[in-house]
Design a protein around this ligand. Structure first.
Ligand code: BG6
Length: 517
C-alpha cells in the first residue's frame, strides 16, 4: 500500500497483518450502522463466482487452429511502462499472453479447484480467433468450438454456470491489420456472425452473455492500448482521435445491438448484457465548476452504456457531434437497430474511484479505466502498489447510481486486488490484504442489495486464479485466490496452490455472504 489506510471500528480481520480499508459511512440512515458487522446473507440464488478472460489465462495462442489476435502482439510492460503493440508476432520478442497460465491444457484441474471453493459461476470469454482464425471465414473452426464445448461441459459438471463475454479485448489480428478493426463497418458483420455461431452452439447451456468487455475504456484516446484492444484500431496521421473513437464505437454499438437481436431471436431466454468499466467518480469539491466537471466526466463515462441501455445517443453527445462536424458513419436503419437491441442487464467492473477537479491536467497516456483528463488524487484513500485507490463505499455508491440511472439488473463482473504475493517455505500464500479488500467490497455490496434495493445478479471477483495483467502484461500483479507458479519472464512450474483467500471465499459462498469474517 502506498498511502495510509484509515481504521474502521469493525471486528479485526482474522488474518494476521491485515489492515482494514476505509468503509465507514457516518450517519447512514438507510441501513445498519457502519460499525456493525453485517451477518445477513444475500438471496439464495445470488451468483457467487470468479472472473477471467481467455487471452489472460488460456495460452495455446496458436493451438487448435487458433489465429493470432490483437493481444498476441502485445509485449510485456510494467507500472508506468506501456505494453508495445508490434506489427506482427516478432521472433525473439516475449509475449506474455501466448502461454499465459496454460489454462487451455489445464482447465480441468483449475475447474476442480474452483468447484472446491464453491463457485456458482465462472465468467470467462471466448477467444474470437479460436472460432474464426482470421475473422472473415464463412465457416467456424470446429476445433475451437469443441474446446469451448468441453470447457462449458466441465464447468456444468461441477455445478458452475458459465458466464460468457464475446469479446474481452480480443479480435482476430487480421481484422485489425487488414480491415482497420471496428473503424471499418464490415467488422461489425464479422462480429455478428461470430456471435450467432456462439449463441447457436452454446445457448442451450449458457444463459448470461456480454457483448464487449469494458467498451467505454476507449473514451481515453490518449492511451493507444484501449482503442487497440477494444476495437483493433490504431490512429493514423491526421485523425481526429475522438471522431475516430466515436465512429469505431458506433460500429461496435450497432454490432452489439445486432448481436442482442440475433441472440434473443434464437432463444428469448438468453440474458445478454453490456460490460462497462465503472470506477466511481467524485467531484473534488462543491465548487460549481467542480460539479460541472463531475457531470461532464459522468456524461463521458456513461456514453456507451446510455446507448446500450436506452437504444439512442444522449442529447449532449448528439449536440457535440453536430458542433464538431464529426462523421460517425451512421447508416440508414442504425437508429432502429440500436433501439431494438437494448441489453438485458449491465455487467461492470469496479476496482477504484476517481476524483475530478475543474481545470486539473492529468497524464492519461498510461492510465486504465477510461483515465480522466482532469482527475486528481483522493487524499482520503489508500492505493494499491499499482496506484489504484481502494474505495469499498464507492462500490455501494456506484451500484446505487447505476441502478437509479438505468433500472436494469446489475452484475459486478470484476472487482479485485492486484498485489505481489509471497510463497512461504511451506508453500502457503498469506494474502490478508486481498481478503480485506474483497470483504470490505462485499460488505458494501450487501448494503446496496439489502438496504438500498439494488437488483444484483452476482459477484465475480477478477482473476480468481492468477493470470496475466491486462494493462501491464505482468504476472507479479496477482489477483487470484489460486496462486500460479509463473513469473514475468515466463518461468515457473505452473503449479497451482490455494492462497488463504481461497478458504476465506469458500466460507463466504457457503454462508451466502453472511460470514465475511
Ligand atoms: C479490467 C479488465 O479492466 O481490469 C481485465 O477487464 C483486467 O481484463 C482487469 O485484467 C485488471 O486490470 P490489470 O491491468 O490489473 O490486469
Amino acid at each position: 500500500m502506498t498511502a495510509q489506510s484509515s481504521q474502521s471500528s469493525r471486528p479485526s480481520p482474522s488474518s494476521p497483518g491485515a489492515q482494514p480499508f476505509r468503509q465507514d459511512v457516518a450517519g447512514d440512515p438507510w441501513g445498519l450502522p457502519p460499525d456493525v458487522a453485517d451477518t445477513r446473507p444475500l438471496p439464495a440464488d445470488f451468483l457467487w463466482g470468479g472472473a477471467v478472460a481467455a487471452h489472460q489465462l488460456e495460452g495455446g495462442w496458436d493451438v487448435g487452429g487458433k489465429g493470432p489476435s490483437v493481444v498476441d502482439v502485445l509485449t510485456a510492460g510494467a507500472r508506468g511502462v506501456p505494453r508495445r503493440i508490434t506489427e506482427r508476432v516478432e521472433p525473439g520478442e516475449y509475449y506474455p499472453n501466448h502461454e499465459a497460465i496454460d489454462f487451455y491444457h489445464r482447465y480441468r484441474e483449475d475447474i476442480a479447484l474452483m468447484a472446491q471453493m464453491g463457485l456458482r459461476c465462472l465468467r470467462t470469454s471466448i477467444a474470437w480467433s479460436r472460432i474464426f482464425p482470421r475473422g472473415e471465414e464463412a465457416e467456424p473452426n470446429e476445433e475451437g468450438l469443441a474446446f469451448y464445448d468441453a470447457l462449458i461441459d466441465e464447468l456444468l459438471a461441477h455445478g458452475i454456470q458459465p458466464v460468457l463475454t464475446l469479446s474481452h479485448f480480443e479480435m482476430p489480428l487480421h481484422l485489425a491489420r487488414s480491415l482497420g478493426g471496428f473503424r471499418n463497418r464490415e467488422v461489425a458483420d464479422h462480429f455478428v456472425r461470430f456471435a450467432r455461431v456462439c449463441f447457436e452452439r452454446y445457448g442451450d447451456r449458457v444463459t448470461y452473455w456480454m457483448t464487449f468487455n469494458e467498451i467505454n475504456n476507449q473514451m481515453n484516446v490518449d492511451n493507444p492500448l484501449f482503442l487497440w484492444t477494444n476495437s483493433g484500431v490504431t490512429l493514423q496521421a491526421g485523425d481526429d482521435p475522438v471522431e475516430v473513437m466515436l465512429r469505431t464505437g458506433h460500429n461496435e454499438l450497432v454490432a452489439s445491438a445486432r448481436a442482442v437481436v440475433v441472440g434473443h431471436g434464437l432463444n428469448p431466454a438468453l440474458r445478454i448484457g453490456c460490460m462497462i468499466s465503472s470506477p466511481t467518480i467524485y467531484p473534488w469539491s462543491c465548487d460549481p465548476q467542480d460539479m460541472m466537471a463531475f457531470a461532464v466526466a459522468n456524461r463521458d463515462r456513461f456514453l456507451f452504456p446510455d446507448v446500450h441501455v436506452r437504444g439512442h445517443y444522449p442529447a449532449a453527445w448528439q449536440r457535440r457531434v453536430e458542433r464538431e462536424g464529426w462523421d460517425l458513419g451512421v447508416q440508414p436503419g442504425d437508429a432502429e437497430i440500436l433501439a431494438a437491441g437494448t441489453v438485458d442487464y449491465i455487467g461492470f467492473s469496479y476496482y477504484m474511484s476517481q476524483v475530478v477537479r475543474a481545470g486539473a491536467r492529468a497524464d492519461t497516456s498510461t492510465s486504465l479505466n477510461g483515465g480522466m483528463p482532469n482527475s486528481v488524487d483522493n487524499p482520503h484513500l489508500a492505493s494499491t502498489d499499482w496506484g489504484w485507490p481502494v474505495d469499498p463505499v464507492g462500490l455501494r455508491y456506484t451500484l446505487n447510481m447505476l441502478y437509479e440511472r438505468y433500472e436494469l439488473p446489475l452484475f459486478v463482473v470484476e472487482n479485485g486486488f492486484g498485489a505481489v504475493d509471497q510463497v512461504e517455505s511451506d508453500g502457503s500464500v498469506h494474502d490478508p490484504q486481498r481478503i480485506d479488500y474483497l470483504r470490505s467490497h462485499i460488505d458494501q455490496l450487501k448494503r446496496a442489495v439489502l438496504d438500498d434495493g439494488v437488483d444484483l445478479i452476482g459477484y465475480t471477483p477478477w482473476g480468481i486464479i492468477d493470470l496475466v495483467s491486462f494493462t501491464t502484461g505482468e504476472m507479479r500483479k496477482r489477483y487470484g485466490m489460486i496462486h500460479v507458479d509463473r513469473d514475468d519472464a515466463g518461468q515457473g512450474s505452473l503449479e497451482r496452490r490455494p492462497k488463504d483467500s481461497f478458504e476465506w471465499y469458500r466460507r463466504v459462498i457457503a454462508s451466502n455472504g453472511a460470514q465475511l469474517w
